[in-house]
Design a protein around this ligand. Structure first.
Ligand code: FE
Ligand code: FE
Ligand code: MG
Length: 166
């Protein structure tokens, strides 16, 4: 841990590390939910949906990378065991037991909306006290906003395709 880097943090670092670890658990669960969803999804526009879910999976993993790196910079330990993910997660995990494309999209939209809430509140928390975390969180939040929009746009395309015209 860089000494000066930690000195400039003007907030409760232990509390921030706990919240970042919750977000780290969320990111791993989001990664797997997208990754396995892309494997099992069935229905209209499947190929476009698989491409988007697969890309989002890699982006969630990159968020996990950013958060784990920041936790270490702050002097904390990133969550060490997958068993901990479900215990500390803020956004949970929705197993894609129904493989139909719209159901999987709905589950992932719900996950993105939770992520947007979580990162938006982390922005408020770090705005004054930790500009480095703030900057990272803003980067992640921007991508979660993009994810929600991508999924909702796909859903809209599917709805339009399935709509019966008189
Ligand atoms: Fe993410
Ligand atoms: Fe996301
Ligand atoms: Mg996308």
């Amino acid at each position: 841990m860089g000494q000066k880097g930690r000195e400039i943090v003007k907030m409760n670092v232990d509390e921030l590390i706990d919240l970042l670890n919750k977000a780290l658990a969320d990111e791993w669960l989001a990664y797997y939910q997208y990754w396995i969803g892309a494997k099992v999804v069935k229905g209209p526009m499947k190929d476009a949906v698989i491409a988007e879910l697969t890309l989002h999976a890699t982006e969630e993993l990159s968020h996990a990378e950013l958060i784990a790196t920041r936790i270490i910079q702050l002097g904390g330990t990133p969550v060490l065991s997958p068993a901990e993910w479900l215990r500390i997660t803020g956004c949970g995990y929705d197993a894609p037991t129904d493989h139909y494309v719209e159901e999987i999209l709905n589950q992932n939209i719900k996950g993105e909306q939770c992520a947007i809430r979580v990162y938006n509140s982390l922005l408020d928390l770090t705005r004054e006290g930790d500009p480095v975390s703030y900057n990272m969180i803003l980067t992640i939040l921007s991508q979660e906003v993009e994810h929600e929009e991508d999924l909702q746009a796909l859903k809209e395309d599917i709805d339009l395709m399935l709509m019966k015209r008189q």
